[in-house]
Design a protein around this ligand. Structure first.
Ligand SMILES: C[S@@+](CC[C@H](N)C(=O)[O-])C[C@H]1O[C@@H](n2cnc3c(N)ncnc32)[C@H](O)[C@@H]1O
Length: 270
């Protein structure tokens, strides 16, 4: 993993929340919320909460009286989340690295995490932390993106960038968000961390966007791909984004578009 892969800061959090969350994250947040609500937790923890896509969906599905701690490595992501849910006194926000959770043992009924595990350099350590803070009858609910070929708009953007930077293509999307999807590897990592009751399923969905420009801005400017493009030529971020949009327009037309997305969803108990 490159150093910039885990940095969601600067202009990224706002664009991420406005563009990327509606395009590819909200639909899976609803799925996580259904799974969490089915467990009726009284105390729950979210890790890698980002700008709160899951936090909003889960909070809407749970009653008053619960306690919900939402955490992320990057404060600027949590700041967007906290601002959007400022009046929900069930939720507390806290900066935390998934590999060193600042909580006591057996505190939580449920731990949830959406599209965060791919960013953890040591996943067995992070899963071990989740197991430590979970109650013995608790559940860990999380998801990861499937391979990039099953996430077609992200794949289109990656191919367009390969053509624009043939000598040194930005590979963030392949390397990190779409770099951890092998079910047997995920199962083994969870077992090494002490989980025993593990279910893993593939979940296809459809992502929708109003225009090719929207897709290009979401992915080139609202993710750490932005840092990779800027590292090649900071002055060309907008021109690169426009060029990616043009490639998508050629394939999909200039109006609204949609494409398959696919995730792997996991529920694990100690
Ligand atoms: C793709 S975003 C997902 C955010 C959110 N769960 C969502 O569904 O929109 C990945 C998140 O992982 C966070 N992250 C990266 N490394 C982390 C770590 N070691 N511990 C906790 N969070 C981390 C990033 O800050 C970012 O918010």
């Amino acid at each position: 993993m490159s150093d910039t892969d885990k940095v969601f800061a600067g202009s990224i959090p706002k664009i991420y929340d406005e563009y990327l969350v509606p395009m590819i994250f909200s639909v899976y947040a609803e799925d996580i919320a259904r799974r969490v609500a089915a467990r009726a937790p009284a105390v729950l923890l979210e890790i890698a909460a980002g700008t709160g896509a899951v936090t909003r969906a889960v909070a809407a599905a749970l009653p008053r009286g619960i306690r919900y701690v939402a955490t992320d490595l990057n404060e600027p992501m949590l700041a967007v989340a906290a601002q959007r849910q400022a009046d929900d006194d069930r939720i507390s926000w806290r900066q935390a690295d998934a590999m060193a959770l600042p909580f006591g043992d057996v505190e939580f009924d449920v731990v949830c995490c959406q599209f965060g595990a791919m960013f953890f350099p040591d996943r067995v350590k992070a899963y071990g932390e989740v197991k430590r803070v979970l109650k013995p009858e608790g559940t860990f609910v999380f998801n990861v993106w499937d391979r990039i070929e099953d996430n077609v708009l992200t794949h289109e953007v990656t191919i367009a960038l390969e053509r624009l930077f043939p000598d040194d293509p930005p590979r963030f999307m392949v390397r990190t968000p779409h770099g951890y999807y092998d079910k047997s590897v995920i199962r083994t990592d969870l077992e090494r961390a002490g989980f025993r009751d593990i279910s893993i399923e593939t979940r296809p969905e459809i992502s929708r966007a109003p225009s090719p420009e929207y897709v290009a801005r979401a992915l080139c400017q609202g993710t750490p791909l932005r840092s990779e493009i800027e590292a090649r030529d900071a002055s060309k971020l907008q021109a690169t984004t426009d060029s990616v949009a043009e490639t998508i327009r050629t394939r999909y037309g200039s109006g609204a578009l949609e494409g398959k997305i696919q995730a792997v969803v996991i529920e694990a108990r100690p």
